[in-house]
Design a protein around this ligand. Structure first.
Ligand code: NAP
Ligand code: ZN
Ligand code: ZN
Length: 347
């Protein structure tokens, strides 16, 4: 076993504190790497606080890992010592079901192995995430990262990036489309960058008037303060797509009114409490309410390559790991601009 250190929550009520644990020995198909940076996703907070239920403790969160390979197993072909690599939300899957075969490992019919707050394929060994110094992952779930981009700012691509890239690609959002991005946080700001890169007209729908200037810097074409009734009404029936990244309870019916005929409201935000949706909101204008979960491994690599080619990274605030609990508090106040990334050297 390899000694590892990280930050863990010992229970849903506890802050994150230093914790030592072990990683498995490098197997024939495994890659071991030193984690250099790890992004902080709102899903980390939902799971640490057990807001979705079923959380496993102790929990080392973190599913936006980037680092440098230090060891590879004897059969590893895809990566070598010294390579820059990344790992996102998954570290394994069954590999044999229809979804896995199609590269949709996130929808593995036997359940994919999540990077943390999950169990390995043996269904009993817990997984631990990226708020830690070292990790061992099967080579097929390790992504290649370009050395042309700022590595710390690449980390959030592994979740915030793929989670917004994938639905925009699936629904072929691009030129001629009006895209509304609801919520300008970690996911939202990546959705703006991708929407603009794909040629859509992008409007940020935000509850924070103070984010207006940043939205335009990110490339957005319009900015609407959702709490302002006049501004809200000005975009009624306007959007072909809304990508909803909001982490807290909100009224979907209200936002459906902003869609044009045949418009699609795509949920990626995962508020813990269920919402009511009136079928009238869908019937009037033949609208759809849809959802999307991260993205498969091949598409994640495609997204990373796209970002390297188009010079796209996350806007980050690099933090010391000892400030992680404060970062969570700020995230709860929608005060993240636009992704916290932990500098693992501070561990
Ligand atoms: P984040 O950085 O905290 O951003 C969330 C944003 O939502 C906030 O910045 C805020 O934007 C808006 N917001 C928050 N509370 C709100 C409220 N009460 N009413 C209206 N707007 C509110 O979070 P994130 O990391 O981007 O994650 C967003 C959500 O996506 C989380 O629920 C997370 O679990 C989920 N997620 C899903 C997937 C997936 O695969 N589907 C992957 C990753 C994350 P404004 O200030 O602009 O209003
Ligand atoms: Zn995430
Ligand atoms: Zn599968």
């Amino acid at each position: 076993m390899t000694k590892a250190k990280g930050y863990a929550a010992q229970s849903a009520k506890a802050d994150l504190t230093p914790w030592n644990f072990e990683r498995r020995e490098v197997g024939p198909h495994d890659v071991q790497f030193d984690i250099l940076f790890c992004g902080v996703c709102h899903s980390d907070l939902h799971q640490v606080k057990d807001e979705w239920g079923g959380s496993i403790f102790p929990m080392v969160p973190g599913h936006e890992l980037v680092g440098k390979v230090t060891k590879v197993g004897e059969h590893v072909k895809k990566h070598k010592v010294g390579d820059l690599v990344g790992v996102g939300c998954m570290v394994d899957s069954c590999r044999t079901c229809d979804n896995c075969k199609e590269g949709l490992e996130q929808f593995c019919k036997e359940g994919s192995t999540m990077t943390y707050n999950g169990y390995e394929r043996d269904k009993k060994t817990p997984t631990y995430g990226g708020y830690s110094n070292v990790v061992v992952v099967n080579e097929d779930f390790v992504l290649k990262v370009s050395d042309k981009l700022n590595l710390a700012a690449v980390a959030p691509l592994l979740c915030a990036g793929i989670t917004t890239y994938s639905p925009l690609r699936h629904w072929k959002v691009g030129k001629g489309h009006k895209l509304g991005v609801l919520g300008l946080g970690g996911l939202g700001h990546m959705a703006v960058k991708f929407g603009v890169a794909f040629g859509a007209e992008v409007t940020v729908l935000s509850s924070s008037a103070s984010k207006k200037e940043d939205a335009f810097k990110l490339g957005a074409h319009k900015f609407v303060v959702t709490k302002d009734e006049a501004q809200f009404k000005s975009v009624a029936g306007y959007f072909d797509f809304i990508l909803d990244t909001v982490s807290a309870e909100h009224n979907y019916n209200q936002y459906m009114s902003l869609l044009s005929t045949n418009g699609v409201h795509i949920c990626v935000g995962a508020p813990p409490t269920p919402s009511e949706i009136s079928s009238i909101s869908l019937i009037m204008g033949r609208k759809s309410l849809a959802g999307s979960l991260i993205g498969g491994i091949p598409e994640t690599q495609e997204m990373l390559d796209f970002c390297a080619e188009h010079n796209i990274v996350s806007e980050i605030e690099l933090i010391d790991i000892k400030d992680i609990n404060k970062a969570y508090e700020r995230m709860l106040r929608s005060d993240v601009r636009y992704r916290f990334v932990i500098d693992i050297a501070t561990l």
